[in-house]
Design a binder for this molecule. Structure first.
Ligand code: 13P
Length: 304
């Protein structure tokens, strides 16, 4: 390990004690962040941990909507996002005004939002989902018709798993949506007899070609529990590091070299240390929005 990294890690451990901080990292974070985090997980796991932690400060190594969800669930904590520019283009594809318009157009429909939304959008919605629980939440929630936003691919995937009516929104994750059926076909050809798992944010034709469609937590479980030893992985590059670390005797291949989310790569060790040093940038959510958005997240916890 480089001398500078050792120095940063030592300073981080001092600051964590001084501030009573916990470090949460999404599965897409770079290696050094996954290694220094107290918890690494998917969107659902991390929001649960944020709601339950005893720490006073949450350093959220992920993207903006994730840190915002932590603040919504744990308003008395200080939530730091080490790089405030780490956004989510998918979350930015839904705005509160457009949600209100859609509700007017479909007055009988409940509104389900993916966790990849801003707090202001969550405040307009009835129930939140993540890819780990979307199917269950939609099937359990007492409504027969849903506006589902903002990910059209996850929405289509759920529509195939329920008898309920799903009205789609025209949004997508750039990193997953750009993977084509041709990419999947090439990967299959290059790696015959290899189990293919893809994120449901991929386009339906890619999901159809896969052996399983799973969120990042589901992929980790599948890799651990399955008899398979070789996996084509159709999600963001960061997950490969954790898959390999937890399953050193199995092989993992990224479906396409394009599958890199630039926003997830903004955070590094230096920025984490600096955020704790300066107690900035902090995430704040106006209280009126927070209360409504919390109802939406609480219902997710209740119906999953
Ligand atoms: P997971 O909930 O599967 O970790 O996915 C989060 C995400 O943002 C996928 O792009």
């Amino acid at each position: 390990m480089e001398e500078n990294t050792i120095k940063l890690l030592n300073r981080l451990s001092e600051l964590k004690n001084e501030r009573n901080a916990v470090i949460l990292a999404h599965n897409y974070q770079i290696d050094e962040i996954q290694d220094c985090a107290d918890y690494v997980g998917d969107s659902f796991e991390l929001s649960k941990i944020a709601s339950e932690t005893e720490a006073q400060v949450i350093v959220f190594c992920g993207v903006h909507f994730m840190a915002e969800s932590a603040k919504i669930l744990a308003p008395e904590k200080t939530v730091l996002l080490p790089d405030i520019m780490a956004g989510c283009p998918l979350a930015d594809m839904a705005a509160p005004q457009k949600v209100r318009e859609m509700k007017k157009k479909h007055p009988r429909a409940a509104v389900a939002c993916y966790i990849n939304t801003t707090a202001a959008v969550k405040a307009e919605c009835d129930v939140c989902v993540t890819s780990a629980n979307a199917e269950k939440v939609i099937n359990n929630y007492p409504a027969d018709e849903f506006i589902f936003l903002p990910d059209q691919n996850l929405g289509s995937y759920i529509a195939g798993k329920t008898h309920k009516k799903i009205i789609l929104w025209e949004g997508y994750c750039i990193t997953h949506h750009r993977v084509t059926a041709e990419d999947a076909r090439k990967a299959r050809e290059a790696l015959p007899n290899t189990f293919m798992m893809v994120h449901p944010e991929c386009q339906p034709e890619v999901v159809e070609m896969a052996d399983a469609a799973l969120g990042t937590g589901g992929m980790l479980r599948c890799a651990r529990e399955s008899q398979e030893t070789r996996f084509i992985v159709g999600t963001e590059l960061g997950l490969i590091y954790r898959l390999k670390k937890e399953n050193p005797n199995k092989d993992f291949y990224l479906l396409s070299t394009n599958m890199i989310c630039p926003n997830m790569k903004f955070t590094n060790l230096q920025k984490v240390v600096r955020s704790l040093e300066e107690m900035s940038p902090q995430i704040e959510v106006p209280e009126d929005i927070r209360i409504k958005a919390k109802t939406c997240l609480d219902r997710m916890l209740q119906y999953s």
